[in-house]
Design a protein around this ligand. Structure first.
Ligand SMILES: Cc1cc2nc3c(=O)[nH]c(=O)nc-3n(C[C@H](O)[C@H](O)[C@H](O)COP(=O)(O)O)c2cc1C
Length: 181
């Protein structure tokens, strides 16, 4: 059976993002071996921008980034679910993306993930405009692109503040999950 990783990119373990990640996991469970993770399950430092990884394909720090990347490596399909925090991804998730520079295909050598991974992105926000969701979806897809995870689909959800708002959108979320393969 194919494996999926559903990543809650919010530091809130029981909020709206977590509820959506839970719904996605449930919707995929009959077709995938699903693992769900929250960025807050992992402890890692900020990227120092030293660029050592450009020469070595390794980070000078050793922390939970490798543990979370092992989840990416295990997965065939990856679904990142991110809320808008100040019209962008939460700092914790951005800090993780920065630390993925050893895996980034803009320099040689780099530590590549296995090929054939498919990436899906879901963004949510409290405000009404889809443009802000698009910005978050682009951040996630930019990240996928440099990790050579194929960008397969995206979903933006406006006017979602809390779990109850996420509950009200389950039909939309479940329909999106049908496109995940
Ligand atoms: C620090 C912070 C900043 C936020 N900034 C925005 C924002 O710029 N635009 C917006 O529409 N919603 C914003 N929100 C609302 C969240 O996107 C929304 O409540 C989302 O459902 C939160 O999910 P979570 O509780 O799972 O993290 C912000 C929430 C927080 C905590």
């Amino acid at each position: 059976m194919n494996k999926a990783l559903v990543l809650n990119c919010s530091p809130v373990r029981d909020g709206a993002t977590a509820r959506i990640a839970e719904a996605v996991s449930e919707a995929l469970a009959d077709r995938f071996e699903v693992r769900r993770a929250c960025v807050d399950d992992y402890r890692f430092a900020f990227c120092r921008g030293c660029r050592s990884c450009h020469d070595t394909a390794k980070c000078v720090m050793d922390d939970d980034v490798s543990r979370l990347m092992a989840e990416f490596e295990r997965a065939d399909a990856i679904v990142c679910v991110s809320p808008s925090y100040w019209a962008d991804v939460p700092g914790q998730f951005k800090a993780f993306i920065d630390r993925c520079t050893p895996w980034c295909n803009t320099h040689e050598p780099h530590a590549a993930l296995s090929g054939g991974k498919r990436g899906y992105a879901i963004a949510l926000r409290t405000g009404p405009g889809m443009r802000e969701c698009a910005r978050i979806l682009e951040t996630i897809e930019h990240f996928y692109g440099h990790l050579e995870i194929e960008r397969r689909g995206r979903l933006g959800l406006c006017q979602v503040e809390c779990r109850a708002d996420a509950e009200a959108r389950l039909t939309e979320i479940t329909a999106f999950c049908k496109t995940i393969c």
